[in-house]
Design a protein around this ligand. Structure first.
Ligand SMILES: [Zn+2]
Length: 265
């Protein structure tokens, strides 16, 4: 890949990568916040920005959450009939495979260099790549979540004969796990994110501008408590000014390069 070579030949990026590797060597609890930029490298369209699905098709209607709350059975019927999310976006997710950035994050976890991934993506690609310590703020498209006890299950394993489907543990109503507009972030996921941000002694942002609440809170919170901040993003973001190290490159190139640097004793 000629792009890889030219980017790593770039002195500024090479220096930033070495600085990031050095911070990672010294850290005990590094946490990464991952956004749509990483999945975009796997061909999944981002929401905002050039080519983003909201830019193309307009922002989704806000009433999905109200619809679900008013009539869960009706929502499920509608979802099944209309293949909710049956769109360019979900078709792209169905086709997508992890890229080198996802695999590098999994490598960092297995090397003991990365304690946790907080992801804003719903595409399950971290898990496919082998990451285990992952919190999905916006849920997972292949799962359902119990509205009472918060238990998750695989969408493909639940019985859709009687709607709405119910949680076998507590009898609560199942909803798709993907967080809808207007729906609160599930408490267990949000609590885990804050726990990670407070524990982090190093914080990485990967392919995210982190401008949307609550994700925007995590790097700022960690930074305020003294954790250095590494930004990996081909574009400048609102966090660039407070970042200690900025790697101006796609995650699929920067993260494997970081793994290589860390493999050298
Ligand atoms: Zn339940």
């Amino acid at each position: 890949m000629p792009q890889t070579t030219s980017l790593l030949d770039n002195a500024e990026i090479a220096t930033a990568l070495r600085a990031a590797a050095s911070l990672m060597r010294r850290s005990y609890h590094a946490v990464a916040l991952v956004g749509a930029g990483l999945s975009a490298e796997s061909g999944i369209p981002t929401y905002r920005g050039t080519g983003g699905i909201w830019t193309k098709f307009g922002e989704p209607t806000i009433d999905g959450w109200d619809f679900f709350q008013d009539d869960p059975a009706g929502w499920w019927r509608y979802a099944i009939e209309h293949k909710v999310g049956g769109s360019d976006f979900t078709d792209a997710i169905d086709r997508a495979a992890p890229n080198a950035g996802h695999y590098a994050l999994a490598d960092l976890e297995h090397m003991g260099r990365l304690a946790h991934v907080i992801t804003q993506n719903i595409d399950n690609l971290h898990q496919v790549a082998g990451s285990r310590l992952v919190t999905e703020i916006h849920g997972n498209r292949f799962k359902v979540r119990c509205m009472e006890c918060g238990a998750r299950d695989r969408l493909e394993t639940i019985d859709l004969e009687r709607l709405p489907p119910h949680c076998p543990e507590c009898g609560g109503v199942y909803k798709n796990d993907t967080v809808m507009f207007g729906e609160p972030i599930p408490k267990d996921a949000l609590d885990e994110c804050y726990r990670q941000a407070l524990q982090a002694d190093l914080f990485l942002t990967v392919g995210t501008s982190a401008v949307v609440y609550p994700a925007a809170d995590f790097p700022v919170l960690a930074k305020r408590r003294g954790a250095p901040l590494i930004e990996i993003n081909p574009e400048e973001t609102g966090l660039t000014d407070i970042a200690d190290v900025v790697i101006r490159a796609p995650a699929g190139i920067a993260l494997p390069a970081l793994v290589d640097l860390l493999l050298v004793p």
